[in-house]
Write a protein that binds this ligand. Structure first.
Ligand code: S3P
Ligand code: PEP
Length: 424
């Protein structure tokens, strides 16, 4: 579906936006619930990726299709590897068949699993013959995706002797590993993470008092509202729920990063209020995003909308996500007139004055002649959501807009409640 976003300004009275649960926390807890059925989960994500995970865990079929869900592919590979007596083919979208899983498959096979590739070496689809994993120590590369490490950690407490992982190379997306360990701790599993060694003790059964866990709302989804506030006039406020100060999600670093754009975050009970307090004073924003790769697109587009430059580093994992996000950002921002340069792991955007003339002009009432540029989304929810806030500056179109359902199915409805004018 092609959506047209007419140049908009926000409504006077913005209702509180309730954001669905974190898909990262949800998919971990769903897997743990499959291992420990007594576990109860509240505020589970309504994202496609979490629905895929729930369906796969309930399925009795020997063919599992996870579509675009990276965490589901990685976590379920580890899960089915331990399900003795089952033989599963796990597959996904065309892009999923290009996203590497070799590091995980090799580690599982070293532990005693029986996993083979059905098409390309190193990528899904996989044939998994469930086995009792006999070993309890393995080394693996930690600089490609933290999801491989989380996948192993999630099944670890059900292995006879637990598991010891030795991580090789620079560890990427560390907060996601810590999230996995924290959730394991919350259900009573003992873990340690010292230097490059992670140890997980076995846990046969849950203790009864550790049985209800509440998923915090998704911080990556909150990023689009940070961007909207940053691109709005001073005084603009948006309240989002349910969030907490001590989040397990690394993307909560947004609250710090967006102070550079003049956005303050106030925590109040279970909500956060984002307020535009000042204009961005920087000519160029520098961010190291190795620990928060999913907010790179949001930040790059915020900078573009503000006319501010940015130098974003630590982006090597962006090339193997839903699309090559570095190339996608370059192509789409250039359509809008941006001057930017990408490398294998960084993005540099030059400051510009493209929207200066627009600032004083009132938002257009109708579409007029100009629909604005059509932004391609490459089956990537974050391309659609990261570009949407630019409708505060210009008309634009978003191709294949329903792609947002991968993590945030009600995104467009929520934008309409803020005052965005959106038509099909
Ligand atoms: O474990 C997780 O829930 C995730 C880990 C990250 O992936 P990488 O570790 O591959 O960077 C992140 O980008 C992804 O959206 C979710
Ligand atoms: C990269 C992402 O997800 P996954 O790797 O789980 O497909 C994402 O949601 O930005």
């Amino acid at each position: 579906m092609l959506l047209t976003l007419h140049k908009s300004s926000l409504s006077e009275n913005i209702p509180k936006i309730v954001i669905t649960g974190s898909k990262s926390e949800s998919n971990r807890l769903l897997l743990l619930q499959a291992l420990y059925p007594e576990l109860q989960i509240e505020n589970i994500s309504n994202s496609d990726d979490s629905e895929v995970m729930q369906k796969a865990l309930k399925s009795t079929s020997n063919l599992i299709d996870v579509s675009h869900a990276g965490t589901a592919m990685r976590f379920l590979t580890a899960f089915f590897a331990t399900q003795t007596g089952r033989e599963i083919t796990i597959t996904g979208s065309a892009r999923m068949k290009e996203r590497p899983v070799q590091v995980l498959v090799e580690a599982l096979n070293m532990l005693g699993a029986d996993i083979s590739y059905l098409e390309s070496e190193g990528c899904p689809p996989l044939l998994i013959k469930g086995e009792l994993l006999s070993k309890d120590q393995v080394a693996l590369k930690a600089n490609v995706s933290s999801q491989y490490i989380s996948a192993l950690l999630l099944i670890a407490p059900k292995l006879k002797n637990g598991l010891e992982l030795s991580l090789e190379g620079e560890i990427t997306s560390v907060p996601y590993i810590n999230m996995t360990l924290d959730l394991l701790n919350q259900i009573g599993v003992k873990t340690s993470f010292e230097g490059n060694t992670i140890k997980v003790s076995p846990l046969k059964k849950l203790n009864t008092h550790q049985d209800i866990l509440t998923v915090e709302s998704d911080w990556s989804s909150a990023s689009y509202f940070y961007s909207i506030v940053a691109l709005s006039p001073i005084g603009t406020e948006i309240t989002l729920s349910s969030y907490k100060r001590d989040s397990l999600q690394g993307d909560s670093v947004l609250a710090d990063i967006y102070t550079d754009f003049g956005v303050a975050t106030l925590f109040n009970n279970n909500a956060i209020t984002l307020t535009k307090q000042a204009d961005c004073q920087l000519q160029t924003v520098n961010c190291q995003l190795q620990n928060a790769p999913d907010i790179a697109q949001t930040i790059a587009v915020t900078c573009f909308g503000l006319g501010v430059g940015c130098h974003l580093t630590g982006l090597h994992t962006l090339k193997i996500k839903e699309t090559d996000r570095l190339v996608a950002l370059k192509t789409e921002l250039e359509k809008l007139g941006a001057d930017l340069h990408i490398t294998e792991n960084s993005l540099t955007l030059k400051p510009h004055k493209l929207f200066i003339a627009d600032v004083s002009s009132p938002p257009s009432e109708g579409l007029g002649e100009d629909t604005g540029e059509a932004i391609s989304t490459y089956h990537d929810h974050r391309m659609a959501m990261a570009f949407a806030p630019l409708a505060l500056k210009t008309n634009l179109q978003i191709e294949d807009a329903m792609v947002v359902s991968k993590s945030y199915p009600t995104f467009w409805e929520d934008l309409k409640t803020l005052g965005f004018k959106i038509t099909q």
